[in-house]
Every structure is written in C-alpha cells, then in structure tokens.
Write a protein that binds this ligand. Sequence first.
Ligand code: SF4
Length: 218
Amino acid sequence: MSLFDDRRFAPEDRPPPPVPQRPTPAKMREAVQGCRACDLWEGATQAVMGEGARHAPLMLVGEQPGDREDIEGHPFVGPAGKVLDRGLEQAGIDHDRVYITNVVKHFRYRARGKRRIHQKPDRWQVSACLPWLEAEIAMVHPDALVCLGATAAQALLGSQVRIGRDRGRPMPSELAEHVTVTAHPSSILRAEDDRDRQEAMAQLVADLRNVAAWLSAR
Ligand code: SF4
C-alpha cells in the first residue's frame, strides 16, 4: 500500500508514470520528461521536478509549475517563487534546508493570444501525477511538509481541507512527522490592494515561522 492509493483514479488506458525504481534527483528529472500518465505533457515545454537538498528537513509542495517554471525547468522561479523566497527569509528558514516541489509536474494553461493563463489541474491529472511526489517524499524523507495552497492540500490530505480554516496547524498525516497547510504564494500576488497583500504575506510568514519553530525544537 502506498501513500496515496486511496486518492488514485487515473484512467487505465494511460501508461503509469515511469518512476525509477531507486529514485535519485537526476534519475527523476530525466524520467519525468517521458511521462505520459496524463495529457498535460502535450502543451508544456518540459516537466519540472522538485529541487533542493536531498535530505532536506522541510518539503514545500505547491500546485504545478507556472509559465516561467515551464520555460526554465525549475520550480518556483517565477513571481510566486519570489514571494515564497521572501516568506522563507522572513521566517528565518534557510533555502539549504528546503526541498521545493509541486503535486503536478507539467504546466496546465489556456492560451489567450500570446499569453498562457494558468489553469488549475483536474483531479484526475493530480491523481495521475502523485507517484512522482510519492517518490520525492520517499527520497527526501522530510521531517516537516507544508502544502502551499488548496490543490496540494486537498490532493495530499483530502478534499475536506480548507486553507482558511486549517492553515498553520498540524494535520494528521503519514507524509511526514509534522504536516501543515498554508496559502499558495501566488494568492498573495492576487490580493486586491497593498493592505490585503501585506496581511496575506504576514500570515504566510507566521505559518512558516511556526514550522521553523517546530523544526528547531526537535
Ligand atoms: S503532469 Fe504528471 S502525470 Fe501528467 S504527464 Fe506530466 S508528469 Fe505525467
């Protein structure tokens, strides 16, 4: 029985994700490019695997790569990544202690003229992609795991999770010793005005500080 067996319902006519038997970051990065377990590879430039310290104590899990990440091939290098970097810095979390990834490895979007507008992945696409995350969790074996946003939180912890209600508090889960949820940094970029943006940022930092405090108390 694997971590997400109860949340899988990928169509059976799709090939399973070619997750290496003994995953290493390099093997995973190479193998994910050949994944056809859902249709998202068709419109994307490349798959984006997680990155960070191989045995990082903290894993952060977002939704999917965005426009910049799809082009550059690295997670959280676009505007939301910059917000996350600021949040980590303000929370006193060193980047060297973090592994950052997403539940879905290919960018889902719809084209509007020359722009590519982010689209939330469907549930079956999230489900089809979970074996990659499962392999990353087994490889990194983090002490703490933070779901960034509702897509990651609901994919990993169940559809009953609500960011507004559950953020910052420990969630029952076998994914890691300490599992929490917080807002996705892109939601801070979508705040209506400066005041809302500052408030949302302060909440993100507070949630990350709680995780930092848990890690340093171990
Ligand atoms: S999104 Fe995930 S499951 Fe779908 S093709 Fe890409 S790597 Fe495979």
